[in-house]
Design a protein around this ligand. Structure first.
Ligand SMILES: C[S@@+](CC[C@H](N)C(=O)[O-])C[C@H]1O[C@@H](n2cnc3c(N)ncnc32)[C@H](O)[C@@H]1O
Length: 278
């Protein structure tokens, strides 16, 4: 029986159209997006989630994210307060405290896609490394020569270091605690074959530094942003102009929707080849 039908059967008084159709499961944790209109039934819904998903030990309600560090706002509703999860994907593991840090399951195919296109002679820069959401798959699957992974939040950085050890890729990844807008383009300059910009809400502000990181012969930038549906071509035009203004030649290789983000916006990634013009 589907989760929504299960809830509707057990709580017939709750409006069925508002009941969640599924939970996002990360390790032993279920995260529910539940409308605040269902508040009188939060406890009951979360108790039923524990029964419906037998491996789940804790249920949380997703509220949103805040700040440049993208801190999750979530509420513990039922079960043990298991905070640290170990999420297994396509051959790699990511550990993190889900009350403090973000892991987006909707990005999992994008993690695999990038990991598969990296080759073993590359130097990669991951500008917004988080707990290693891109760094770890790239290191495990792509096995490049080196990945410089920059993260500004000390808590995320400490899980990045832990995930490097957990996945045994310490010979590949060089984790750096700090602001990528200061470090990349200064200490990390003209060395990258590929730059990953896995961030949204102002990614363009770090584009000059990403360009500076590329080798003089050019390289690839994976540029993420939230874009209004149907306005992708306009957005790509803005990026092209910005790259050209910085004195680079640009070839937009492709772009794809990573996931639907809201009713009006998609999370997209644009694969750009850029090379200095002079
Ligand atoms: C939403 S997470 C995304 C992590 C990963 N790149 C992904 O796409 O799944 C964005 C991360 O960028 C970090 N961040 C934000 N601004 C930064 C900056 N200026 N320099 C380095 N890291 C930054 C945040 O702390 C956060 O961990």
């Amino acid at each position: 029986m589907k989760f929504k039908d299960y809830l509707a059967e057990k709580i017939p008084e709750a409006p069925k159209s508002l009941l969640p159709s599924r939970a996002r499961i990360i390790d032993k944790i279920a995260i529910l997006r539940i409308s605040s209109e269902l508040e009188p039934w939060f406890k009951e819904i979360s108790r039923l989630a524990l029964q419906y998903y037998p491996r789940v030990r804790a249920v949380y309600r997703w509220i949103g994210v805040e700040g440049i560090e993208r801190r999750p706002i979530i509420e513990h509703l039922a079960g043990e307060r298991v905070r640290v999860v170990e999420h297994k994907e396509y051959g790699w593991k990511l550990r993190l405290d889900i009350e403090r840090l973000m892991l987006c399951l909707g990005n999992s195919y994008e993690r695999l896609r990038i990991a598969r296109i990296v080759s073993n002679n590359e130097i990669v820069v991951d500008m917004f490394a988080g707990v290693g959401q891109f760094t770890i798959p790239i290191a495990v699957i792509g096995k490049p020569r080196k990945i410089y992974s920059v993260e500004i939040n000390p808590e995320a950085y400490s899980y990045l270091v832990e995930n490097i050890l957990l996945n045994r890729v310490q010979h590949i990844v060089d984790p750096i605690l700090g602001d990528c807008k200061k470090i990349v383009g200064e200490e990390i300059k003209e060395i990258a074959d590929r730059v990953v910009m896995g961030y949204f809400g102002g990614t363009i502000e770090a584009l000059p530094q990403a360009l500076e990181a590329l080798k003089p012969i050019g390289g690839i930038i994976h540029f993420h942003e939230l874009v209004r549906r149907g306005r992708e071509e306009d957005f790509i035009y803005t990026i092209k102009k910005k790259v050209e203004e910085q004195g680079y030649w640009i070839d937009v290789k492709s772009w794809r929707i990573v996931k639907s983000y809201s009713k009006t916006r998609n999370h997209i990634v644009i694969d750009i080849y850029a090379r200095r013009t002079n």
